[in-house]
Write a protein that binds this ligand. Structure first.
Ligand code: C5P
Length: 228
């Protein structure tokens, strides 16, 4: 029997760096809420069974109207991203979950296929892109050493996890001396290997108003969401 794969889209952050009056995932991008872009991509991927949308408590009702669909569940997020992810995986009954940031509207079926291909070899996997900038350390206003960028990758989402195991590790996280800041680090802290799938630089995370402008320009140029 085919193993079930659900997408958990975390959209419950406040997005304070953006300075908008609504939570970041609900800021309109070319007329549609930011979260609706990645939602549509997962909703139309043939390997994705259900979608769990994790939203701010105050937007539960409007999200239920906006994303009314038998294969979509809406749940409230938590204070930290990992709490939102936990609430999302609790709502999913799938064998595998793909956790995705709503702040990355340009995820594609190709990137989803890429991370899903890790299922046969790993319990956990991330998508990443090669680092292209020169990266240095710094102290105050002086530059430090250059870090060999051929060893560096930029980590993105979606990230793949065996759901039961992820839940178990989240429950055991308090036993670690240092609390991991994301789910993949949690797997690594408990000795699991993280599989690596190549993503797409277009699947960048929207953080600032300038990122919104870039996203608008990409949509205008590519008409990649024709029919929206
Ligand atoms: O703040 P940042 O852009 O790093 O957040 C990444 C993703 O995690 C966003 O899609 C945001 O909505 C989500 N998030 C969440 N719950 C939080 C914090 C962030 O769902 N408490």
């Amino acid at each position: 029997m085919k193993e079930q794969v659900d997408a958990v889209i975390v959209a419950a952050g406040s997005g304070t760096r953006l300075g908008a009056s609504v939570p970041k995932a609900f800021v309109p991008l070319c007329g549609s809420p930011l979260v609706s872009y990645s939602y549509s991509v997962f909703r139309t991927h043939p390997a994705i069974d259900n979608i769990v949308l994790v939203v701010p408590q105050q937007l539960i009702e409007s999200s239920n109207e906006m994303f009314s669909d038998p294969r979509t569940m809406i749940v409230a997020g938590g204070k930290e991203r990992w709490e939102s992810a936990k609430n999302g995986i609790e709502a999913s009954g799938a064998d595998w979950v793909l956790i995705h940031d709503a702040a990355r509207p340009f995820v594609s079926h190709k990137v989803i296929d890429s991370v899903l291909s890790l299922i046969s070899n790993f319990d956990c996997g991330i998508t990443a892109t090669p680092e292209v900038d020169t990266i240095r350390t710094y102290t105050g206003n002086t530059a430090g050493e250059t870090i060999d960028r051929s060893k560096l990758i930029r980590v993105g989402t979606p990230q793949l996890f065996k759901r039961d195991l992820l839940y178990q590790l989240i429950e055991s996280a308090h036993t670690l001396s240092q609390i991991p800041t994301d789910e993949a680090m949690l797997f690594q802290a408990f000795g699991h290997t993280i599989g690596l799938a190549w993503g797409d630089p277009k699947n960048f995370k929207i953080t600032t108003p300038e990122d919104f402008e870039i996203a608008e320009a990409i949509i205008a140029k590519n008409s990649m969401f024709l029919g929206r």
